[in-house]
Each structure stands twice: as C-alpha cells, then as structure tokens.
Design a protein around this ligand. Structure first.
Ligand SMILES: Nc1ncnc2c1ncn2[C@@H]1O[C@H](COP(=O)(O)OP(=O)(O)OP(=O)(O)O)[C@@H](O)[C@H]1O
Ligand SMILES: [Mg+2]
Length: 437
C-alpha cells in the first residue's frame, strides 16, 4: 500500500490484498503484470467497485494489460481498448483460475452502433418561439451557455428539455470521458457501461452547493461534473441558493472543479453547457404584453439580483421568451423537427472539429483568447458594427469575447468563413440588456 503518506479509501484493494496473502501461503501464482481490483465479502464473493474505468485507463497508460475485476465490472474494464480482462464472482473461482485448474476466456464487450438518439420528445412539439429555438440551436452548435427568461407557460422548460435532441453526437473518446465520471459516481450500467448520450442533468432548485459542485469526505462528482460535455439545466434559476449559483462561477470559466476535503483533493471535469430558465419577477408577468405584473420595482430588482452580475456575464445567450403568440397557439402548426435542426448543428460542429484539430478546444464556446484572435476574423463592416456595440452596451471584456464566440458559431451555422455584420447583429440580439437584466 505504498506510498503510505497517500490516504487510501474504498474497498477495491481487498482483492489484491487477499491474493497477495494467498500467493504467499498457498503458492498460487499471480503474474506481476496482473492488476486485481474488487471488494471481498466475508463469504468470498467479489463485489462491484466504483471507479474501475478510470483506474484501468490510467494503469493501461502505465503499461498494465491484464486486469482481474469483479464480474459486474468486467464490461466496464473492457471499454478500454487493448486490455485483457477477466471477471470473477468469487475468490474460489479466481484461485482455481490462477492455479491453472480453471480455464477462462477474456471478457469482451461489443461496442457497435452505440450512439443513441432515442428521445421521447422532439422540437416539432414546440409551436412558435422562433427566437428561443434559434438560441437553442446556436447554444448546442457552439456550446454556449443559455438563459431563457419569460412569463409562465411560454415554453421555456419545454425548449430546455428538448435540447439534448439537437446536440451533436458523442465521439467515442467523449463517451469514455463521460463514462469515467459516471464510473467514479457508481452510476454506470453493468450490462452496457458506456454513456451513449450527452448527459442532461436537471437538479431541483433545492439542491445544495455540494450536490452541484460535488464533495463528501471521499470527494464524489456533483451535478456539474455529471453534466460534463452535456447539459446542466437549472430550471427556476433564481430559486437556487446563492451559494449554489456561485459555485458555477469557476467551472463555467475553467471547465473543471477542484474539491478539497479532509479525505483528500479531487479534480473533476465540468465542461457543461448551462441552460437556465427563469421568470423575470416573482409573479412572472413582468414584460408580458398580455398580463399585468403585480410586483413592485423593488421586488423585481431583488428577484433578478439573485443572479449575480458575474454569473450573468458568463452566459453567452440570454433570450427573452415572449408568451406564445395566439396564432401559433390556435393553429398548432408543428415546428421544425429535432432531426432537421440537428443536421445544421452537426455541420457547424464539423467545421469546428476541423478548426480545432490541433487544439484542446473542441467548441467555439471554449475558445481561448488566442483562438478568438485567430479564428474570429470579421469583415470591415462587422468590425464597425462591433465597435458601435461596445460603446453603446458598455460590454465587459468577457462580454465582448462572448459576443465574438457566438457570432463565430452563427457564421459556422451558415458555413461562412468570415464573420459579417448580420452575424454580429444576431449575436447582439441575444444579450437582452435592454429589457430587464
Ligand atoms: N411554445 C409552445 N408550444 C407548445 N406547447 C407549449 C408552448 N409553450 C407552452 N406550451 C405548453 O405549456 C406547458 C408549459 O410550458 P413550460 O413548462 O415549458 O412553460 P415555462 O415557460 O417553463 O413556464 P414556467 O415559467 O411556469 O416554468 C407545456 O408543457 C406545453 O404543454
Ligand atoms: Mg418552466
């Protein structure tokens, strides 16, 4: 258990310790290149453990190839290419295997046609709301944080819940990256231990800051990490505790979170797409052309100030969702299907894959300043437009880079190399500085 200064936690060393003792006392042979992982119960059963996938990945990188794991974790270990995995249900069976009495084939896990787009909901069910749907498309195409503000029943939650249906498909590497986090949280399925869809996490507003950020004596990933490379949907955003909302600040910027607890420090990835929905005031009708708002200016201000300036500044797209127009409501004309929207998103993502092929960045929303300078090339007219916007809107440095990133994604959706003034104009529409916030 060296090095001794590192605190060890969990039960996954049980099996290795037992085999160590047995190989001394009975002479069974455990090869030096073999890794043993598993929890032992008193009757000799080998129980599943958390975190097998990241452990196998990291040991494989160190050169280990043979892994003995609990049967329940066998498929999970097989997700790593180039390893030999044997799964066992009890110690006796394993001892027989090691002594040559029992022959066993390595485990396998067929990973074919794994990408899944099987959803119960579709964007065609959302009538009208073109502006909000367009924002959703841009958000998914470039991984831009999105805030939907509007009166009750306009379709904010409805739109947010349909976002996964237009997200770009996962690459295998991304699927493994997400599955590693779910493995640590003990949330992988034994029979198909690979996350096949971009995560959609929607914690309730009573969730604590620890539930969001992660924690515990033995640090576990929180909602923001479980939403890695997918969507973190915070409905009724101002109802979350201030502490919970503020924990988003650092990960929204850095794409990871470090948790320090008495049991140790852990860093978890947290590159999520934040989608938040809120009413503009306690009664919900501020700005509603059809219904009077009954709140005092003080109440409206205090409600909105629950979302701090720094958090708002980190949100790329802010959309005012008007009440559904009467015509759309009555005609019930289906909207564009998720598949159609997704096709455009995928095209824009392909442009980004090519653009960032030598970079850690994968989406426009995550560009570094250096990349913004290099890739956000504008026409002269767009340049003039931007200059005007900076002066009029008093944009912060971050606000300005967000504007450029969004304009880049809008241009990509159109397949244009240079950002023109129409792209800038559309990006500017998504800052709703004027109405309330
Ligand atoms: N644009 C729309 N197209 C079709 N149905 C809609 C639309 N907007 C609202 N609805 C209907 O109204 C219901 C409520 O909408 P939703 O929950 O999305 O509203 P909301 O904007 O989130 O309201 P709240 O502010 O109260 O949370 C939906 O389940 C749907 O049946
Ligand atoms: Mg809602």
């Amino acid at each position: 258990l060296a090095p001794s200064h590192l605190k060890k936690q969990g039960t996954h060393y049980d099996l290795a310790i037992a085999i160590g003792i047995l190989s001394l006392s009975t002479g069974i042979h455990a090869g030096e290149d073999m890794v043993f992982l598993g929890e032992l119960s008193l009757d000799g059963k080998i129980n599943r453990v958390k975190g097998v996938l990241p452990i196998v990945i990291s040991l494989h990188q160190k050169g280990y190839k043979k892994f003995i794991v609990p049967k329940a974790n066998a498929k999970e270990a097989c997700v790593v290419k180039g390893v030999e995995v044997y799964g066992f249900e009890n110690l006796l069976e394993l001892v027989k295997f090691l002594s040559g009495e029992l022959k066993k084939e390595p485990e396998s896990f067929e990973i074919q046609d794994w990408q899944s787009y099987d959803y119960d909901v579709d964007f065609s069910e959302v009538y009208g709301q073109h502006q909000a749907k367009r924002a959703a498309e841009i958000a998914c195409a470039g991984m831009h944080h999105l805030l939907l503000i509007g009166s009750p029943g306009a379709g904010k939650s409805m739109i947010a819940k349909r976002l996964p249906t237009i997200m770009p498909p996962l690459s295998f590497e991304e699927a493994v990256e997400i599955s590693r986090i779910y493995s640590v949280a003990g949330l992988l399925n034994d029979d198909f231990p690979l996350i096949t869809k971009r995560p959609f996490r929607s914690p309730h507003y009573t969730a604590s800051d620890v539930a969001l950020a992660g924690g515990g004596t033995n640090p576990q990933p929180g909602e923001i990490s479980l939403a890695h490379l997918g969507i973190l949907f915070l409905d009724e955003f101002p109802e979350f505790s201030r502490k919970a909302i503020e924990t988003l600040r650092q990960p929204m910027e850095d794409g990871y979170i470090t948790i320090s607890r008495s049991g140790g420090r852990a860093t978890f990835p947290a590159k999520f797409l934040l989608v938040a929905a809120m009413n503009p005031c306690p009664c919900g009708n501020y700005g509603n052309p059809y219904k009077a708002c009954t709140c005092t200016p003080m109440q409206i201000k205090s409600y909105q100030s629950r979302i701090s300036g720094p958090i708002l500044d980190r949100i790329d797209l802010r959309v005012w969702v008007e009440p559904l127009d009467k015509e759309s409501m009555i005609t019930m004309k289906p909207g564009e299907s998720s598949q159609k929207i997704r096709e455009r998103v995928i095209r824009a993502v392909q442009i980004q894959r090519e653009r960032f092929k030598n970079s850690k960045t994968k989406f426009n929303g995550h560009m570094t300043n250096e990349e913004i300078k290099r890739f956000c090339v504008t026409t002269e007219e767009a340049q003039r437009h931007l200059r005007l916007a900076v002066e009029r809107l008093n944009l912060t440095g971050r606000g300005y880079t967000k504007l450029l990133k969004v304009a880049r994604t809008i241009a990509d959706l159109e397949g244009q190399e240079k950002i023109n003034s129409t792209h800038v104009a559309e990006a500017l529409q998504f800052r709703v500085e004027d109405k309330t916030l």
